[in-house]
Design a protein around this ligand. Structure first.
Ligand SMILES: Cc1ncc(COP(=O)(O)O)c(C=O)c1O
Length: 436
């Protein structure tokens, strides 16, 4: 049965998560419902951190808030000692609210506003600068606040990644970072090292997301360390933090293989070690920004079947109470999420069906051509591996209120995100005088 080991099945044939019956939770909290397992998040974090910390003296794992910035999720990771990778002013505020110190926050993005930069500089956050214009902006901000800003540069290493083109971010044509090959990144470091308002701390790269092959990460590490060596040689700049970004994928499909973090660490750390020795560099701290790996498989989306429609000679349609509004990954990337009938786990999968949401688009599906036990109205469908980029990328398309989220932990279950209501959809709308 292709359910991951942190889920279970009880004597009633119901899916269990964090020691709770999924069917009972759906009855108690309603559907559509995100359920996230706290223990799994902790396990994933510890495994990732441990893999690198065993092999390198100083490692900072900054959880990427964009994957799931719910306060409770961020608090769990803060309590594990994780730092935060943020890419907006609000994520920065969330990190501060859950108690992550500025020194453990990394701020990324290609269009940080003046207000966002001010908050970052005021809180001693490391800013990974994406352009020379942004560098000048950071300098002005630091000067106005009378502080030294801690900076690194996002470098574009031109690394190909075997992932969906929308989430491949280290190619030369990508919008991110300063080009390494042409010397653009080196020039930016030259400018920064002459600015007394700035402390040049780091170097950063993020080559993409959902990567299950170590080779592109190795190429990234090689290229970043070559630049670190060049910075030392040509500018006498010591880089004390090498930030390799996020991107480690998870197996979404039952036959997909994981890339164990231990294997990733054993391939990357020797590259750093070798560069340090060959070029007589200081031993930098390593930073990572995993999002998906930490939270994706901790989450499941529970949706209720409304209607089933058979089609002669084709997979039937199963209509459920949320689709691309709650989980856009299948529609946006053609992403696969494993699906089970939560109240019929273990029953023989005999029917080939498509699972569709209630929206008015043909892209509104959660899964196509899935073999499931006979599905009936009222059944509960579980969509797996939705803890990352699920609720975070949800919308109110067709005025659908966003789902609630429940956190489970060893038999406990509590709401960590309220279900939106109709009033939340129109709460920010205003009627102009002339239409009243
Ligand atoms: C700069 C940066 N860091 C980290 C991440 C997290 O990536 P992932 O969830 O694949 O680990 C992203 C995702 O887009 C990113 O853009």
């Amino acid at each position: 049965m292709p359910i991951k080991p942190h889920f279970g099945v009880n004597e009633r044939g119901h899916l269990t998560i964090g020691g709770r019956d999924a069917v009972e939770m759906a009855e108690r909290f309603g559907t559509p419902l995100y359920v996230v397992d706290e223990q799994r998040i902790r396990e994933n974090y510890r495994r990732f951190y441990g893999a690198f910390a065993q092999r390198w003296h100083s490692v900072m794992v900054c959880y990427a808030y964009k994957a799931n910035s719910n306060l409770a999720i961020c608090k769990i990771l803060q309590s594990e000692g994780a730092g935060a990778e943020v890419s907006s002013g609000c994520e920065l505020q969330i990190a501060s609210r859950v108690g992550v110190p500025g020194q453990r926050i990394i701020f990324n993005g290609n269009n940080k506003s003046a207000a966002e930069l001010e908050a970052a500089v005021a809180n001693d956050v490391l800013i990974n600068v994406d352009s020379v214009q942004e560098l000048l902006s950071v300098r002005r901000t630091a000067s106005r606040l009378g502080r030294r800003a801690r900076v690194g540069f996002r470098v574009n290493p031109d690394v190909k990644t075997p992932t969906h083109s929308y989430i491949a971010t280290g190619l030369r044509e990508s919008k991110f970072g300063l080009d390494a090959a042409s010397g653009q990144a080196l020039e930016a470091y030259r400018m920064a090292s002459d600015m007394e308002e700035l402390e040049v701390v780091g170097i950063h790269c993020h080559i993409g997301s959902q990567i299950l092959d170590a080779a592109p990460f190795e190429e990234e590490a090689e290229k970043l360390m070559a630049l670190v060596a060049q910075l030392k040689e040509e500018l006498d700049v010591d880089i004390s933090l090498v930030d390799l970004g996020g991107g480690l994928g998870i197996p979404y499909k039952p036959d997909e293989k994981e890339l164990p973090p231990e294997q990733l660490a054993s391939r990357i750390v020797p590259i750093i070690e070798r560069a340090v020795e060959e070029h007589h560099l200081i031993r930098p701290a390593l930073a990572f920004e995993p999002g998906r790996y930490i939270v994706a498989d901790a989450g499941v989306l529970l949706v209720r079947v409304g209607y089933c429609k058979a089609r002669p000679g084709m997979p039937g349609w199963v209509a459920v109470d949320a689709g691309m509004n709650a989980l856009i990954r299948p529609a946006l990337y053609g992403a696969y999420h494993h699906i089970e009938v939560a109240n019929k786990v273990g029953m023989e999968p005999r029917e080939l069906v498509n699972i569709a949401g209630p929206l008015c688009e043909s892209g509104d599906f959660l899964g196509k051509e899935r073999r499931l036990p006979p599905v009936e109205a009222g059944d509960l469908i579980a969509v797996f591996d939705v803890g990352a980029y699920g609720l975070a990328m949800s919308s109110q398309h067709t005025a659908q209120p966003r789902p609630a989220m429940v956190l489970v932990n060893s038999g406990k279950a509590e709401i960590v995100r309220l279900r939106e209501g109709y009033d939340d959809i129109t709460r920010l709308d205003r009627m102009p005088e002339w239409l009243k």
